[in-house]
Design a protein around this ligand. Sequence first.
Ligand SMILES: Nc1ncnc2c1ncn2[C@@H]1O[C@H](COP(=O)(O)OP(=O)(O)OP(=O)(O)O)[C@@H](O)[C@H]1O
Length: 189
Amino acid sequence: MAASPKAVVVISGKRKSGKDYISEQLRNKLGPDKCAVLHLSGPLKKQYAKEHDLDFEKLLDATAYKETYRADMIRWGEEKRNQDPAFFCRLATSGEDSGKDVWIICDARRLSDVEYFQKNYNKVTTLVRVQADTDTRKQRGFVFTQGVDDAESECGLDSGVDWDVIINNNGDQKQLEDDIHKLLEHIHL
Ligand SMILES: Nc1ncnc2c1ncn2[C@@H]1O[C@H](COP(=O)(O)OP(=O)(O)OP(=O)(O)O)[C@@H](O)[C@H]1O
């Protein structure tokens, strides 16, 4: 493994719990020069486009182009993951940002994601669960979608993981600040 970060923060949480929001807050506190926010889901599209000779930019926007390929992209992603559960974790952490001291993995969704970082970066990994109640998530635009919110990618980490830090993000900014502070104390740089 080429890169060796000093800290890896693996963040999980339901849709609209605030994973991206909290990741950005953390990056600002730690310093953007030192800290990279890495998405596991982003490189999937890039790699799919590359392997199928498609236009990556068009795949990112909400045009018919994306709709045409959506089902096949999901199938392809599952196939890749079945062959090699670490495929997207390796891909997400091999870009130019991976030279930074702190990685924030802002969208862990499966047990295999958590296990990858525990196995390869055990001593420096902090596992974080972001919690927000359903009403708060709805206010942020969450709408329950069958086939998404009851699928493994959304429920795979609901139980079975011993989180190092829980962050409560229900709109109480003081509580959020306190929980982020606890997380920062957990990260040893
Ligand atoms: N504590 C907060 N204060 C103000 N706005 C917030 C807070 N937490 C989240 N939000 C807002 O709620 C929306 C959803 O948050 P965010 O995108 O971070 O969720 P997410 O868990 O990353 O969602 P998804 O899984 O769908 O990507 C965003 O517009 C974000 O700015």
